[in-house]
Ligand binder design. Sequence first.
Ligand code: 13P
Ligand code: SF4
Length: 335
Amino acid sequence: MNVEFESAKTRLNEIGYLDLAIDPTLDLFEEIQKLKKDKNAILLAHYYQEPDIQDVADFIGDSLGLAQQAQKTKADMIVFAGVHFMAETAKILNPHKKVLLPDLKAGCSLSDSCPPPLFKKFKEKHPNHIVITYINCSAGMKAFSDIICTSSNAMKIVESLPIDQEIIFAPDKNLGNYINKRTGRNMLLWNGACIVHELFSMEKIMRLKERHPEAKFIAHPECEEAVLRLADFVGSTSQLIKFVSEDIGQTFIVGTEAGIIYKMQQIAPGKTLIPAPPDNACACNDCPHMKLNTLEKLYLCMKYELPEITMEEHLRVAAKRPIDKMLELSAKFGL
Ligand code: 13P
Ligand code: SF4
């Protein structure tokens, strides 16, 4: 096992994930279930993960739900089928547990759009501002923040602060702008965005609405303002799923990453779900980072317990404070 483990580590260092040969006769669903039991592991997956991964997960959720699960789990090992900042958040909350991410390269464009050294300079120019940061950011950014938020709780967190409190909101300018418009605040916005949600084409959505006048257009607040203006409902991934299942409408144009359709279809089987068209030729609205995770990588990651998320303790402690604040406020709001 040691030689096997060392060779896995070398391979991982080369490419950021394990690509070792897998016995083709193995039933990966069964093997992953067995590994979960043997290692007392919990598998957390975001709604944007591919259906196979959602099927084998213990919990599927949005960024807030996943952080809440990571906070309360009793498992020894957390396997995160999502992107790096999500697994990092789980590690920040669980310094003594092993936290695994099937592919270390599963990053996030929003997180990348806000490098901590640049943000530090920006923050220094506005010493009286409170920093509210979207959870889609690195541990370094979290350490510079006062409160973390997700798309499920951002509005409530902003509204919980006095109206005259000056706020910097980072890194998503679209979510920040949406909250500014809804609350009448004037938060200073960092100029970051999500490559998936910025791709939706307003023109194509308008044409689709003409062809399906009965359809409701629902969108994630990471979309651009012009697209959000067309929306009948705006919400986080879990709020969009809830809306589809509870609304009397039968047809929905879905303005977020396409992985969510799988869960929506399970929860509301009779409804028609049309992925909103992006402004590109390949007509694909998959997040390239989220989709780096595969069942094979997941299996190898659980078998070899690699790649593992690690972090310096001083950074972890500094990044935990604003996450704790978010979780405390979310519990207070009943979220
Ligand atoms: P939520 O999980 O908060 O809906 O955010 C979506 C997203 O883009 C995650 O990366
Ligand atoms: Fe980041 Fe956008 Fe992918 Fe979410 S969908 S992980 S915000 S790039």
